[in-house]
Design a binder for this molecule. Structure first.
Ligand code: ATP
Length: 192
C-alpha cells in the first residue's frame, strides 16, 4: 500500500516524521510520500517558500528508506485540493491501494474539504493521534475506511517551532538537525 501524507510542512518536524514512520511500519507500506501543498484551502499561506519547504523535506527524509516526496502540488500555482492530487495519483498507480495519512486535527475538518466522499473512495484514511485532539467519529462515513494509528503522541507543531525561532530560541530536538541548520542558514522564520 502507498501512503500519502499531505501538509504544509512549514517546517517538517519530528511530530510528522515519527508518526509517519510508525504508520509505515504498522501498515507495512511499500512507500510513504510526503506531499507538500502549495496553497492550503483552509489556512493561511505557508511562511517559507515552496522551494524552502521542499528542500527541508528532502533533508529530513534523505536517509529513510521508503520515504519519498511527491511535489505535484508545488508545481501548480493553485490552491491544493487533496481530491485532485489523489485522483492524479490514482491514475498513475492503477490498482495499488492508497492511504491518505492525516493528523487528528485535520481529520476533524475533513467534512469541510472539497469532495470528502470522493477522497474516501480514492483512499483509505489513516488518522494520526495528536495530543489534546479528540477525534470526532460521528462524521465518519464509511467507518471501515478509517484506520486510527496508535502513534506515540508528540506535542510538536510547526507553529510552535516558528514561534521559537521568531523569539530567537533554537528548537533543537524537535526537528532533524539538518533541517534546523538549513533554517538557520537561510534565516527562515525570523521575521513574521
Ligand atoms: P502548524 O503548527 O503550522 O499548524 P503542523 O505542525 O500542524 O503545522 P502541518 O504541516 O500543518 O503541520 O501538518 C501536516 C499534517 O501532519 C496534518 O495532518 C497534521 O495534523 C499532522 N501533524 C502535524 N504535527 C503532528 C504531530 N505532532 N503528531 C501527529 N500528526 C501531526
Amino acid at each position: 500500500m502507498l501512503g500519502i501524507f499531505g501538509g504544509t510542512f512549514d517546517p517538517i518536524h519530528y511530530g510528522h516524521l515519527s508518526a509517519a514512520w510508525q504508520v509505515f511500519q504498522s501498515l507495512n507500506l511499500t512507500e510513504l510520500r510526503f506531499m507538500p501543498c502549495n496553497l492550503p484551502p483552509h489556512r493561511a499561506a505557508p511562511l517559507a517558500t515552496s522551494e524552502h519547504r521542499l528542500n527541508m523535506l528532502k533533508l529530513a527524509i534523505k536517509d529513510v528508506p521508503g520515504f519519498t516526496i511527491d511535489d505535484r502540488e508545488l508545481k501548480t500555482n493553485d490552491i491544493s485540493y487533496t481530491v485532485n492530487s489523489l485522483t492524479s495519483i490514482r491514475h498513475e498507480v492503477g490498482d495499488t491501494p492508497i492511504c491518505l495519512i492525516l493528523g487528528a486535527d485535520a481529520f476533524n475538518q475533513i467534512h469541510t474539504w472539497h469532495e470528502p466522499e470522493k477522497i474516501m473512495k480514492l483512499a483509505q484514511i489513516v488518522v494520526l493521534g495528536r495530543p489534546d485532539i479528540t477525534v470526532n467519529k460521528s462524521k465518519i462515513t464509511p467507518v471501515d475506511r478509517v484506520y486510527f494509528e496508535q502513534n506515540t503522541l508528540l506535542d510538536i507543531s510547526a507553529s510552535n517551532i516558528r514561534n521559537m525561532l521568531h523569539n530567537n530560541l533554537t528548537p533543537k530536538f524537535l526537528l532533524p538537525d539538518a533541517v534546523l541548520d538549513y533554517i538557520k542558514r537561510e534565516h527562515l522564520y525570523v521575521n513574521h
